[in-house]
Ligand binder design. Structure first.
Ligand code: HEC
Length: 188
């Protein structure tokens, strides 16, 4: 390939890169955090029907894998849990195993509260992603039950954080983890 051709290729690649960036977050396997936050805020306000509707719309325009990526660590496209450098999945595993100290609970109360509502929001989106048909063991029922568990436990985790209760936080983090695992065992 001549130098000129390589130069042309580089320009073409740069243009393609620009195009991908201009298509927004979904084009690079990442969901828009602001949109998830809007769903989380509706749950926080107690508007579950509104949150469900927003989650259904969100589910239509986002891929399952990209939705799940939100749980990963920040460098792998996940959301950052404020006050840490970690993602939701990592923090959930930690606080589901060991309840946070009183000092950490005080410092992290707002962040864990938001995390709980974000989990519930992503749970609602996951619920809306239920497959259309049962395939062997992969039933709609098992999907919906696991998703509902993450929603419910996410809301309770938020309440535990707001009440600054390390023991309750641990209980509900573990429950969220069970919801994740129940679905993954069958459907992932
Ligand atoms: C109702 C089903 C369901 C629930 C609940 C669920 N997941 Fe998933 N998860 C999936 C499926 C299906 C995949 C595989 C998606 C794919 O490959 O397209 C997946 C994949 C993942 C991945 C891999 C992403 C990647 O890029 O490889 C992570 C991380 C993950 N889930 C985290 C979680 C966490 C954390 C929770 C709970 C808070 C959770 N999931 C709850 C169904 C679920």
């Amino acid at each position: 390939m001549s130098k000129v051709r390589i130069g042309t290729l580089a320009v073409a690649l740069a243009a393609a890169g620009g195009l991908i960036l201009s298509l927004g977050p979904t084009a690079i396997g990442q969901v828009a955090e602001g949109d998830v936050k809007k769903i989380a805020d509706l749950i926080k306000k107690g508007d579950m029907p509104g949150a469900k509707k927003a989650a259904e719309a969100f589910a239509k325009s986002n891929e399952m894998l990209d939705i799940m990526n939100a749980f990963l660590e920040p460098k792998k496209k996940g959301f950052t849990v404020v006050g840490t450098t970690q993602g939701i999945e990592q923090v959930l595993l930690k606080i589901g195993r060991d309840a946070p100290s009183a000092a950490n609970m005080t410092k992290m109360a707002d962040s864990y509260t938001d995390m709980g509502y974000t989990i519930a929001a992503l749970g609602l989106v996951t619920e809306a992603k239920v497959p259309e048909k049962d395939v062997g063991k992969m039933t709609r029922k098992s999907w919906l039950e696991a998703a509902a568990m993450t929603v419910e436990a996410g809301v309770k985790l938020a309440a535990a954080a707001k009440n600054k209760s390390p023991a309750d936080l641990k209980t509900h983090a573990a429950k969220v983890n069970t919801g994740c695992a129940n679905c993954h065992t069958i459907h992932r």
